[in-house]
Design a protein around this ligand. Structure first.
Ligand SMILES: Nc1ncnc2c1ncn2[C@@H]1O[C@H](COP(=O)(O)OP(=O)(O)OP(=O)(O)O)[C@@H](O)[C@H]1O
Ligand SMILES: O=C(O)[C@@H](O)C(=O)CO
Length: 420
């Protein structure tokens, strides 16, 4: 196995697995660290999806190291730590602490950190992260329910999370190509920097970074910076991207579960409502008081006559989320909603639902754990960063696990048309 990847959330893992598969690596995604009985012998890359983005840093380190050990034992030559393209984290971590621990694990003292993903509007320039052209701290990420991002300067953000000195490889070096990037790595290393934020504004930049960094024992970043790795492993030869074609899915009913409150998900919920999809809104305060339960939602679902997809969502505006968090606390509010969506998900196969779209990384983690899904085969891309997937064992399900901020407004409507 060339590459063992540790992703800090589920939709992030799917995003990375899609990138690697699309660029030509035989890729398997596992939920949690791979179980020993899973046959990984045919895989060039394995992406282990943790749910470690917002847990205490020590726990994130323990889980990441455990996954790293299993991947290494399974033959992984290099490791990749995947986090969000919007660098979701707090001053307590977990990007810095997990990177530190994985550097120590790999016995190395240098890596890069690059969340850029231009296809989804994430670019890094002079160390500053932009989301669709807007500095991170002015984007909707400033209001994220769990990891509000209030500083766009990633050198500063990461330096608050690690004692290892953080440097920058800026646009000029990246633009000049792989050799210049390698020289910049050497320069930064000589200056004592152990982690470098790397600028990237385009896919060409990402491919150049991939070529320059493919030999590092550890890479960290969004899925974008993995784009060049498969070609680097093939020594520069490009892979023809498979066309997005139909995907065989188990027969059954379709449902959308949305726990993401991102602006993209809000637009997708709005479009679904406007298109007349049956919808049920979960109110976080009602869930907390017990006035509404998973049972309420399941009763509603049973009462739906339509054969088309239904939507259950807790998606709310930043003001509504703030009000809920003031009453319940940030993590507690998130957990109450996640627990309810997980409880609903657990009952879905019994009601004949086999085709699911889930919006939100934390939400997807909760839902897929509830459904006992172990590993996923990666299917075609619905939108950049979001593939259809199919469970590899256990209950046969087609799953589209959508990162909060990904997808066009009609995502909840159009994704179904790819299923056969
Ligand atoms: N109405 C609400 N009030 C408060 N918290 C909520 C509400 N709805 C959802 N949440 C919580 O907000 C968090 C959203 O995180 P999640 O990772 O699912 O979405 P996201 O951050 O938009 O997606 P991604 O991580 O893929 O970028 C979850 O913990 C969820 O339970
Ligand atoms: O990198 C991203 O933006 C996504 O893959 C993600 O991690 C969202 O949770």
């Amino acid at each position: 196995m060339k590459l063992g990847c540790i992703a800090d959330d589920l939709t992030g893992a799917t995003d990375l697995a899609l990138m690697l598969a699309r660029e030509g690596l035989r890729t398997i995604q596992t939920i949690g660290a791979p179980r020993p009985e899973l046959d990984l012998s045919g895989a060039d890359a394995v992406v282990a999806a943790l749910k470690s983005r917002t847990i205490p840093a020590m726990e994130a380190i323990d889980q990441s190291l455990a996954a790293a050990q299993i991947l290494r034992t399974a033959g992984a030559e290099h490791l990749f730590f995947k986090y969000c393209s919007t660098f979701d984290s707090t001053d307590e971590g977990n990007i810095g602490p997990v990177t530190d621990a994985l550097l120590t694990f790999t016995g190395s003292d240098f890596t890069l950190a690059c969340p850029a993903f231009p296809a989804n509007g994430r670019t890094v320039y002079k160390g500053h992260l932009f989301v669709n052209g807007v500095p991170l701290h002015e984007s909707s990420m400033k209001d994220h329910p769990l990891t509000p991002m209030r500083d766009s300067n990633l050198v500063r953000v990461l330096q608050r999370q690690t004692k290892r000195p953080v440097g920058l490889v800026a646009y000029e070096d990246v633009e000049a190509g792989p050799d210049a990037i390698r020289a910049a790595f050497a320069r930064e290393k000589a200056a004592g920097h152990q982690i470098v934020i790397v600028d990237a504004l385009s896919d060409d930049h990402l491919r150049a970074i991939g070529l320059a960094a493919a030999d590092l024992p550890l890479m960290t970043g969004g899925s974008g910076v993995a784009m060049g790795l498969p070609a680097a492993y093939r020594r520069g030869e490009r892979n023809a991207s498979p066309a997005s074609t139909g995907f065989d899915a188990p027969a059954g009913r379709s449902i959308i579960l949305a726990g993401s409150c991102s602006s993209a998900t809000r637009a997708q919920v709005k479009a679904a409502i406007e298109a007349g999809i049956p919808t049920l809104r979960l109110d976080a305060l009602d869930l907390a008081s017990g006035a509404m339960t998973a049972g309420t939602a399941l009763d509603w679902l049973n009462a739906q006559a339509t054969t088309g997809p239904a939507l259950i969502y807790s998606t709310a505006t930043p003001e509504e989320v703030q009000a809920v968090q003031n009453r319940l606390g940030r993590m507690n509010a998130g957990e109450i909603v996640e627990r309810t969506l997980a409880e609903i998900a657990k009952a879905l196969p019994g009601l004949g639902f086999t085709r699911l779209i889930v919006a939100g990384g934390e939400t997807s983690g909760a839902v897929v754990n509830a459904l006992d899904v172990d590993a996923l085969a990666i299917g075609p891309e619905i939108d950049p960063g979001v593939p259809w997937t199919r469970s590899l064992a256990g209950i046969d399900l087609a799953l589209a696990l959508k990162s909060g901020n990904f997808g066009t407004p009609d995502f909840f409507l159009k994704a179904w048309t790819m299923l056969r």
